[in-house]
Design a protein around this ligand. Structure first.
Ligand SMILES: Nc1nc2c(ncn2[C@@H]2O[C@H](COP(=O)(O)OP(=O)(O)OP(=O)(O)O)[C@@H](O)[C@H]2O)c(=O)[nH]1
Length: 371
C-alpha cells in the first residue's frame, strides 16, 4: 500500500533536482490526501440525503478530479502549474464545502495545513508573494469562520455526525501537516546525506588519479610542499624517486591503449605495495611516469626502496616482447634532500636528471643523484 502511494506521489519527480523533486512530491502528497480524504465525506452525503447534499457532492467530485489533474500535471513535467492548481483547488474546496455545511464541520481548519505547506509548494516564490499567500489564506479562514457559523448554511449536517465531522477534520488537518512535513524533512535529510557523499567523492577525486587511484599531480604538489616544510624546519631527510616505465610506447603500440592502461595500473599497485610506510606517497606524475615521496628517508633508505620498487615491477612479469628484458621494467632516478638542494623543485630536477642517466645506462636501473 505504502509502495503504491510512494509511486503515486513520485510521479514526475524522477530526474529532477532535489528542490524540484521535493516540490513535486509534496504537491502530489497533498493532492492524494485531498482526494482520498474527501471520499468518506462523499459517502456520508450519498447515504444521509443525496438531494440535500447534491451541490456539495458535485463540488467535491470536481475537486477530486482537480487533485488527480495535479498529479497528471506533475507527471507531464508541469510542476509549477500543478502547484498552482493544487492551491486553487484545495482553497476553493474548503470554501465551498464550508459554505454548504458550515464551520461546525471543521473543514475550514484545512486552511492551516495549506498555510504550512504553501512555502514549500512554491520554493522560488519571493517573500512578498509568500506573504500575500499567507494573508489570503488567513483572510479566507476568517471569512468562512464569520460567514458560515453553525445553522447558517443551506445543507446543515445533523448531530452527532456534525461533531464526528468536526473531529475528523481537525485530526485530519493535523495529521496531514505532520505527515507531509515529516516526509519533507526526510527528503531534506536524504539530500543532505547525498550531498555529503558527493562532496567526499569530489574531495577524493580532486586529489586522485582516475586510472591508477594514486595521488595525482595536484595532490603531489601539496604533499611535496608539506614534506619540504619538514625538511626546512626539522632537518628531516626527504627522498624523491622519479620512475618511468621503460619502452612503454612500444608496449602501447603492440598491445593497444587498454592493455597499456592495465599495465600502468599494475605498476602503480606494485609501487604502492613497496611504499607502505605512513607518510610515503606514490603519485602519478603524468603518462607512464610516477613519483615516490619518502619523507624521513635518507640516501641509504632510498637505495633499499629504489631497488625494491625496481624489482617489484620486474617481478610482475608483464610480457613486453619489444623490450630487451622481455618484460615491463622501471627506471628510477633518486634524489635525497641532504645533497644541498635549496627548493623542492631542485630536488625533483635532480631526481629527473638521475632518471635520465638510468635510461641512458640501459634502463631497468636505479640511479642516485650525486651532490
Ligand atoms: N595506455 C596508456 N599510455 C599512456 C598513458 N599516458 C602516456 N602513455 C603513453 O606512454 C608512452 C610514453 O612514451 P615515451 O615517453 O616515448 O617513453 P617510453 O616509450 O617508455 O620510452 P623510455 O621512457 O625511453 O623507456 C607514450 O606512447 C604515451 O602515449 C596512459 O594513461 N595510458
Amino acid at each position: 500500500m505504502l509502495n503504491v502511494l510512494r509511486r503515486l506521489w513520485g510521479q514526475g519527480a524522477g530526474n529532477q533536482t532535489a528542490t524540484i523533486r521535493r516540490q513535486i512530491e509534496l504537491a502530489n502528497q497533498v493532492a492524494l490526501f485531498g482526494a482520498i480524504a474527501t471520499i468518506p465525506y462523499q459517502f456520508f452525503y450519498a447515504i444521509a440525503d443525496f438531494s440535500l447534499y447534491l451541490s456539495v457532492f458535485l463540488a467535491n467530485m470536481i475537486c477530486i478530479t482537480g487533485y488527480i489533474v495535479v498529479v497528471l500535471f506533475n507527471r507531464m513535467g508541469r510542476y509549477w502549474l500543478a502547484s498552482v492548481l493544487l492551491l486553487v483547488n484545495a482553497t476553493l474546496q474548503i470554501f465551498v464545502v464550508t459554505s454548504e455545511i458550515s464551520t461546525s464541520a471543521g473543514v475550514h481548519f484545512f486552511y492551516f495545513t495549506m498555510a504550512s505547506v504553501a512555502v514549500f509548494l512554491f520554493h522560488r516564490a519571493r517573500l512578498s508573494i509568500y506573504i500575500g499567500l499567507m494573508v489570503l489564506l488567513m483572510f479566507l479562514f476568517l471569512v468562512t469562520y464569520f460567514l458560515f457559523p453553525a445553522g447558517s448554511t443551506p445543507a446543515p449536517v445533523p448531530a452527532p455526525w456534525i461533531h464526528i465531522m468536526f473531529g475528523v477534520s481537525v485530526v485530519a488537518s493535523m495529521a496531514l501537516s505532520a505527515v507531509v512535513l515529516f516526509l519533507f524533512r526526510h527528503s531534506i535529510d536524504q539530500t543532505q546525506h547525498e550531498l555529503l557523499l558527493t562532496n567526499q567523492r569530489l574531495e577524493r577525486l580532486s586529489g586522485t588519479d582516475q586510472l591508477t587511484g594514486l595521488a595525482n599531480r595536484r595532490e603531489l604538489d601539496d604533499v611535496l610542499e608539506v614534506a619540504w616544510t619538514n625538511v626546512a624546519r626539522y632537518r628531516m631527510p626527504l627522498t624523491v624517486l622519479m620512475c618511468d616505465v621503460d619502452y612503454f610506447k612500444r608496449f602501447n603500440d603492440r598491445f593497444g591503449h587498454a592493455d597499456g592502461d592495465r599495465c600502468l595500473k599494475q605498476v602503480a599497485d606494485a609501487l604502492q605495495q613497496v611504499c607502505g610506510r605512513p607518510g610515503d606517497v606514490v603519485a602519478r606524475y603524468g603518462g607512464e611516469e610516477f613519483v615516490i615521496v619518502l619523507p624521513g628517508t635518507d640516501r641509504a633508505g632510498a637505495v633499499t626502496i629504489g631497488e625494491q620498487a625496481r624489482k617489484a615491477v620486474e617481478a610482475l612479469r608483464i610480457a613486453h616482447p619489444d623490450s630487451p628484458a622481455g618484460v615491463i621494467t622501471l627506471s628510477l632516478g633518486s634524489a635525497t634532500s641532504d645533497r644541498g638542494h635549496n627548493t623542492v623543485t631542485e630536488l625533483l630536477d635532480a631526481a629527473d636528471r638521475a632518471l635520465y642517466r638510468a635510461k641512458e645506462a640501459g634502463r631497468n636501473a636505479v640511479v642516485f643523484a650525486s651532490a
